[in-house]
Write a protein that binds this ligand. Structure first.
Ligand code: WTA
Length: 640
């Protein structure tokens, strides 16, 4: 936590920065007026009458205002004469490419919107999207936005079972998917999983993009090819204007229980903060920058910083389908060189992987176009921060470490690249207009140098509006911990250093962060116990040098099930991949005779984490039976 290195903004960037230190003062003098000012960056069909209606924990921003999110992301740029500007440089994993201008994007979005209307989609209907990283994913999301039909994108790496649960929770009637996508050099089928998920649910129509060209099952009457339905539509579509609080999307994320939460975001406030933060934190100059957010649209980072923020700001951006090591480990740097990328946004786990691969890989490419680097998803350790800045940024570029969540909708804590003297490893300060603090267990702010829980102390425009269909869970999950103070509890531990800068320390609840992806321990546990061989399971996130955390599972087998060693571990890992998705596969599975429990029967994950991280055990006195830990430790060397 002690870090003396400081990196002031490059003077050229500071002199031309989109946002200067004055923004903090503006926002501090009148926070609501500051956000109204930012909302005016958008085109409104009718202005709002009330900037914020706050009935804790329910907020309504820009009430009375009408807008169309897709018009703000696309049409208005075309109308302003930027139709020929490239919106998306798309790079397929096998090396095929597509260049999409704003004028073409407008046509594609309008055609897709007309197609969805033909499938019966109306404002308010939920549309599921289960697609690889192809341009149709962006078209589909914007087409839904254009119609006021909230989308729910499910990451293509999630299993059929995970997709089915989300379809049912959202009660969606239309699903947009693809035959598959390319991943690690091979076609990776999606359609069979989409079929399995849709079976027996309320899905009536399935719109299928042809990407890989592989033969896939096709249900006549229900399924329709994108190229058959969308391509024949008119490129003219007259948009309706919707209330600022019209639902824009539901994005499922892991909580502390086995059932993922459908995080609900709405339109006006979300787009305001998405656009403002993208403008402020990435300093985007739409005429000259080439921006690349290397996330997947299945996560909130892809929603806010591939689709809504950058497009609202008229960015030219790169979108990449595949993995960083296909067909070779220089793929990212090759793409940056090819398109002259100036702004790059990625995750610490990716940066640490590049560090492992060695400096000679990026050294083969010209990365001199880069002028700013961003990090998101988990704490970035100072070594990785410095490596990113020096090796990728040539020692010139600011690095912005951005803290936020699916729930916050947009960046909340981050340096400003033209203002803040950056400190490796710290996300530093709340953005202008955002109020964050670190409090102790009683909700009292800790002094500089102290640690505790990260809270957000005032409502913000892109805050979640609730958990889909479950207002009680919303109030309980985020607002009950510090109900007395009315603070939003983020679930993260944090510290304030001697300068008052914020350091994020990871989750304090039962949520793991694996390669920047949120996975709940209970979700993996319930997947494990759904296997007939498993009686009980306890899952912990153990520190991992590359992925941040790795999933370690302790399982008790059912009577009669044999510990088949590595074969059993492989079976259970595959089982979890089928239930949730490959990202939730445990790194390690240990078969144990007992689990450590308190007298009240609660599993003591803290002790299991000690075991998983090869530490000497902490306090075992609250255990029901302390000899359990000896039994578990005895299992360790052989059962990897
Ligand atoms: C973690 C991703 C430290 C944090 C945008 C948070 C971070 C969770 C950072 C949200 C960061 C995200 N430094 N930790 N810069 N960014 N996190 O919903 O634990 O997938 O609560 O949103 O990721 O993950 P989510």
């Amino acid at each position: 936590m002690h870090e003396d290195r400081r990196f002031p903004p490059p003077s050229g960037l500071a002199a031309e920065a989109n946002v200067t230190a004055a923004a903090y003062a503006d926002a501090a003098s009148d926070r609501i007026a500051f956000w109204e000012e930012q909302a005016r960056r958008l085109d409104w069909g009718r202005p709002w009458t009330n900037a914020l209606e706050w009935e804790p924990p329910f907020a309504r921003w820009f009430e009375g205002g009408l807008l169309n999110v897709a018009v703000n992301a696309v049409d208005r740029h075309v109308d302003a004469g930027h139709g020929d500007q490239v919106a998306i440089h798309w790079e397929g994993e096998p090396g095929d490419t597509r260049t999409i201008t704003y004028a073409q994007l407008k046509d594609e979005v309008c055609k897709a919107a007309n197609a969805l209307v033909e499938l019966g989609v109306r404002a308010g209907d939920r549309v599921m999207i289960y697609l690889p990283m192809i341009p149709e994913a962006v078209f589909a999301m914007l087409a839904c936005a254009r119609l006021g039909a909230p989308h729910s994108v499910v990451f293509g790496g999630f299993s059929a079972e995970a997709l089915r649960n989300r379809i049912e929770d959202a009660r969606a009637r239309v699903l947009i998917t693809a035959d598959g996508g390319f991943r690690r050099g091979r076609p990776n089928a999606l359609k069979p999983a989409a079929d399995e998920a849709a079976e027996g649910t309320g899905i009536e129509r399935v719109l299928v993009v042809r990407r890989t060209g592989e033969t896939v099952p096709f249900t006549e009457g229900r399924d329709v090819w994108w190229h058959d339905l969308v391509d024949r539509q008119s490129a003219a579509h007259t948009p309706d204007y919707f209330d600022a609080e019209q639902p824009l999307f539901i994005l499922y994320t892991s909580g502390t229980t086995a059932k993922p939460k459908g995080i609900l975001h709405t339109s006006g406030g979300y787009l305001t903060q998405a656009a403002y933060t993208h403008h402020a934190v990435f300093d985007l100059k739409p005429d000259t920058d080439v921006y690349w957010c290397a996330a997947d649209i299945g996560w909130v980072t892809g929603h806010t910083y591939i689709v809504y923020g950058p497009l609202a700001n008229r960015a030219t951006q790169v979108m990449y389908e595949g993995t960083p090591d296909t067909p070779h480990r220089g793929r990212f740097w090759e793409i940056i060189q090819k398109y002259g990328v100036t702004l790059l946004y990625t995750a610490p786990t990716v940066i640490r992987t590049f560090m492992k691969w060695g400096e000679d890989v990026p050294a083969k490419y010209d990365l001199s176009s880069l002028r700013l680097l961003g990090s998101v998803g988990e704490p970035i350790n100072p070594e990785a921060w410095i490596w990113y800045r020096d090796t990728i940024g040539g020692g010139r570029t600011p690095v912005v470490d951005t803290w936020w969540q699916t729930e916050t909708g947009a960046i909340m804590i981050s340096p400003l690249p033209g203002v803040t003297a950056a400190k490796p490893g710290s996300a530093q300060v709340a953005l202008p207009g955002i109020a964050a603090d670190v409090v102790d267990g009683d909700g009292v702010p800790v002094p500089d140098g102290g640690g505790g829980y990260l809270v957000l102390t005032e409502p913000w425009p892109s805050m979640l509006r609730g958990i889909w269909g479950d207002p009680e869970r919303y109030a309980d999950t985020y607002w009950s911990r510090f109900a007395g103070q009315g603070f939003y509890f983020a679930g993260d531990g944090a510290k304030k250093d001697g300068d008052g800068d914020l350091w994020l320390l990871g989750r304090v609840d039962d949520v793991m962060n694996v390669s920047g992806h949120r996975i709940s321990t209970t979700e993996v546990e319930s997947a494990l116990v759904s296997n007939p061989q498993v009686a009980e399971a306890a899952v912990v996130g153990a520190t991992d040098p590359t992925t941040g955390q790795g999933i370690v599972a302790f399982v008790i087998l059912r009577g009669g099930a044999a510990d088949k060693g590595p074969e059993l571990a492989a079976e259970l890992r595959d089982h979890v991949a089928r239930e949730i998705g490959p990202i939730a596969k445990p790194r390690q599975i240990l078969v144990v005779p007992e689990l450590p429990k308190t007298r009240s029967g609660k599993i003591m994950r803290r002790l299991l984490r000690d075991v998983a991280e090869n530490r000497s055990l902490g306090d075992v006195t609250t255990l029901q039976d302390s000899s359990v830990m000896d039994l578990i430790s005895a299992k360790l060397p052989t059962s990897k």
